[in-house]
Design a protein around this ligand. Sequence first.
Ligand code: FES
Length: 221
Amino acid sequence: MTDVHVEWQGKSQAMFEKMLQEVPEAVRDVFRGNLMGLLQQKSKEGVIFEDHVVEVVNEKVPEPFKSNILKAFSLMGGVDMNKVSEIIEKFSGGQESLISILHALQDQFGYCPAEALLLVSQKKGVFLSTLYRLVTSYQAFRTEPPRKYTVTVCNGTGCHVKGGGAVLRELEKKASGNGSQITLEKVRCLGCCDLSPALIINGQVYSGSEGQAKISELLGK
Ligand code: FES
């Protein structure tokens, strides 16, 4: 197992988990044991550095998986897997603790990172697919890091009859595409119906036209 007497440096544990995601779930535990053994050899049973993980990928993983994994490493954010372990240990229950863990991950990282979900799946003995179903079913959770601006748009009836649909469509255009700086969320009521159509930009409430002007200003358009 990866959690006993192993010291990880930087993103090394997150990279290790990312590498294992390329392995079919049915044989992942076998690979985990083998690759862990290799990492411990390379680190001489000391601290495992990011370079050790990269070396294992280069030496043991065939193409095209190798290129995919190395590319994934280069795109990884700074997910501190020690923090993830702490969160999992804090909620000692079984499956009934999953929602609490997901909330804690969301609070810690601003989203539920894939490598964190994998560790939750292993430690709690639940299918990864179950966790993804939970994360994608609740609006409180995200699977990707938030972009620079988080815009929450009301999709409720009160806002809809006052032009909320047009505001939403406009924002969906702005939020689409890889280069967008906007993370768009939809909710049923923001609790400020007097501002209909209402939206929230990075925690600040606006009425529709005011909000759209603010977004144009932020995006420099
Ligand atoms: S219905 Fe939109 S804020 Fe209430």
